[in-house]
Design a binder for this molecule. Structure first.
Ligand SMILES: [Zn+2]
Length: 206
């Protein structure tokens, strides 16, 4: 895919995410690996109103080559690319239901959501909870690094999900599946629920 096409794709997906209320205000950020570095959404930019020409272009060392300054959460993206060489795109959202689940005292930090649907198991799998850090604390990057090698999706406590994919569509589909599953979990909370069984989950993991 050409860089111009990638720029258009980031803006179109950002607009779609924002329009559906999957992240609000200027929260949420998207990055895509290119042949010579990364394209990333700028700091303080609403995903609903991105300009292809103003996306942050970073070189292999993460230095700004052109466009606006990158999101202050760029380190979350860099950790995923560093630890997962096959990653082509990373998406981070403050999506309401995932954030709500990340605040619950009852969740298992080693695997936050139960296997409610097959698609969740296939697109997200095991989801670890990363402890809370204040915004901008680089210790968060190191905490994510500890999980990124084994998990393409992590949930930041009282904050939101970070998901890596082989390309932008894969990352977006997985983070949307995570958000829908968080919503289902909250809908089912308190109800006597049949989740997928251990053998059903193993069958999907093949
Ligand atoms: Zn964030």
């Amino acid at each position: 895919m050409s860089e111009a096409t990638e720029r258009e794709a980031i803006c179109a997906i950002g607009q779609s995410i924002f329009a559906r209320g999957l992240t609000a205000g200027s929260s949420g950020n998207i990055s895509v690996r290119t042949g010579d570095g990364w394209l990333m959404t700028p700091t303080n930019a609403s995903l609903g109103r991105l300009d292809p020409a103003r996306l942050s272009k970073l070189d292999h060392d993460g230095r700004l080559v052109s466009g606006d300054a990158p999101t202050k959460e760029s380190f979350l993206h860099r950790v995923m690319y560093d630890e997962r060489p096959a990653t082509g795109a990373v998406v981070h959202l403050h999506s309401t239901h995932s954030v709500a689940v990340s605040c619950l005292a009852e969740i298992d930090p080693e695997d936050v959501l139960p296997p409610i649907t097959a698609y969740y198991v296939m697109r997200v799998g095991r989801l670890p909870l990363i402890p809370y850090f204040r915004p901008g604390d680089l210790a968060l990057a190191e905490a994510v690094r500890g999980f990124a090698g084994k998990h393409h999706a992590v949930l930041l406590a009282n904050h939101g999900p970070v998901v890596a994919g082989s390309n932008l569509d894969a990352a977006v589909n997985a983070i949307e599946e995570l958000e829908e599953t968080a919503k289902l979990y909250l809908l089912l909370r308190g109800a006597d629920t049949r989740y997928l069984t251990r053998s059903q989950v193993m069958e999907l993991q093949g």
